[in-house]
Design a binder for this molecule. Structure first.
Ligand code: G3P
Length: 217
């Protein structure tokens, strides 16, 4: 299972990278705005800075919603660095653009996916990744993990190459269930990645070992 970090914050990306477990980064316009990145050139520079930290794929999202605009924006983003994956929303022109990018060897991440039908369409169009938003489905009373299970099962049945990138992960149990179900990738905040470290018995055990070690010195 690949671990991506879902942030545009360079310090958080560095921290996850330094832990040695990071396989990539996902961003979105809200995460870029949170970092105060404004203007086309600054946005492009910020993506380049992210690419210089990580070894894997970096998703950069388009904000155009028409085919021509998505293609132009996606090609510009893809020209920043070979690690860039163009993040495209699940809309009609987005699906057409994903097919165009697939035919032109540009990697894509189909975002804002909330149903198995949308995920099927993204795979048919040749998306590199599909991003179902678990937490946001749970927020409106649905079951985000059930959707991950459905998509994994459909993709396995037909051998689709599209990777299931579980997004909008809010807590450690979300991540663990995604791993059990067989999601190819999980993108989560740094707090969730670091949350995997924690167990009270580890802390208690370490305290005791260190106390006993003192007796041997
Ligand atoms: O990057 C997309 C997704 O992970 C957003 O998560 O927490 O805003 O629903 P969230």
């Amino acid at each position: 299972m690949k671990f991506f970090i879902d942030t545009a914050n360079l310090d958080e990306i560095r921290e996850a990278h330094d832990l040695g477990v990071l396989d990539g980064v996902t961003t979105n316009p809200s995460l870029m705005a949170k970092e105060g990145i404004k203007g086309r050139d600054n946005i492009l520079r910020h993506y380049k800075a992210i690419c210089e930290i990580v070894d894997g794929d970096v998703s950069a999202e388009v904000v155009s919603t028409d085919f021509k605009g998505i293609v132009a924006e996606g090609e510009l983003l893809a020209s920043i660095d070979e690690k860039i994956v163009v993040k495209v929303p699940m809309i009609k022109d987005g699906v057409k653009a994903i097919r165009y990018f697939a035919n032109n060897n540009i990697k894509t991440n189909c975002t804002l996916v909330f149903s198995a039908g949308q995920a099927l369409l993204a795979a048919k169009a040749g998306a590199t990744y599909v991003s179902p938003f678990i937490g946001r489905i749970d927020d409106v009373g649905g079951d985000g993990l059930e959707l991950i299970q459905q998509i994994v099962s459909i993709y396995n049945t037909y051998g689709f190459a599209t990777e299931v990138l579980a997004a909008s992960i809010r807590h450690v149990p979300h991540l663990i269930r995604c791993a059990e179900i067989g999601a190819d990738v999980a993108t989560c905040p740094l707090s969730v990645i670091l949350g995997l470290l924690k167990h009270p018995l580890t802390d208690i055990g370490l305290e005791k070992f260190l106390a006993d070690a003192k007796k041997t010195m």
